[in-house]
Design a protein around this ligand. Structure first.
Ligand SMILES: *[C@@H]1O[C@H](CO)[C@@H](O)[C@H](O)[C@H]1NC(C)=O
Ligand SMILES: *[C@@H]1O[C@H](CO)[C@@H](O)[C@H](O)[C@H]1NC(C)=O
Ligand SMILES: *[C@@H]1O[C@H](CO)[C@@H](O)[C@H](O)[C@H]1NC(C)=O
Length: 176
């Protein structure tokens, strides 16, 4: 009995280590670009990535973290969550701002929070049936390529998404 229990414990800790994000990262700069590994190409699955935008060093009275969803093609396993605290091993006051699905993937333009942390989490076991297949031209686009900004006040409104481009152009954000 004991040897098999030990094996079980070992297996569990191994799985936990495997489940840790190996992509994404922590972003503290005032602006930047966030993308899936190898964008616009496919990424290996299973995948679990976390992009943590950490505004605690840039906080003013009215800080906003804005993500501009310029190029978003994945509609499964992707969510945007705000947190008051998001340290390794300690998360506080989390609230999902956008859980991407097949319907809202097309219309969503920005995600914003006044909290100190905005976390993008992508967790997929396969690429099959998880991406927009709008035109032949886009058959080979995977994941996302979005920009973010930590700023005072409201989001910019001059930023496109793939819908504005009719899905046959590419939406770039030249500011970030
Ligand atoms: C997609 O998410 C929106 C909220 O962003 C929700 O209102 C809608 O019911 C969801 N649609 C599907 C098909 O799950
Ligand atoms: C804070 O930002 C919001 C937009 O996000 C704006 O409407 C509001 O006027 C700002 N408040 C102050 C005190 O600057
Ligand atoms: C990703 O998005 C940024 C900002 O819109 C853009 O400048 C860049 O060219 C994009 N990268 C790719 C590979 O499309």
């Amino acid at each position: 009995m004991w040897p098999s229990m030990l094996f079980f414990v070992y297996l569990c800790s191994f799985q936990q280590a495997e489940a840790k994000p190996r992509c994404g990262g922590i972003f503290t700069a005032a602006r930047g670009t966030l993308q899936t590994p190898g964008f616009p190409g496919p990424f290996p699955t299973p995948i679990h990535c976390e992009w943590v935008i950490d505004a605690q060093y840039l906080l003013t009275k009215n800080t906003t973290i804005v993500i501009y969803l310029t190029e978003l093609f994945v509609f499964e396993g992707l969510k945007f969550t705000e947190y008051q605290v998001y340290d390794e091993g300690f998360h506080f006051n989390g609230r999902d701002l956008l859980v991407v699905n097949e319907t809202n993937v097309i219309g969503a333009k920005t995600v914003e929070t006044h909290q100190s942390y905005l976390v993008i989490s992508l967790k997929l076991t396969t690429l099959d049936g998880t991406h927009l297949r709008v035109l032949d031209h886009f058959l080979n686009v995977f994941g996302f390529n979005v920009t973010y900004e930590i700023k005072e006040g409201a989001a910019r409104t001059d930023v496109c998404n793939m819908m504005d481009c009719g899905f046959n152009g590419i939406c770039y954000d030249h500011f970030t």
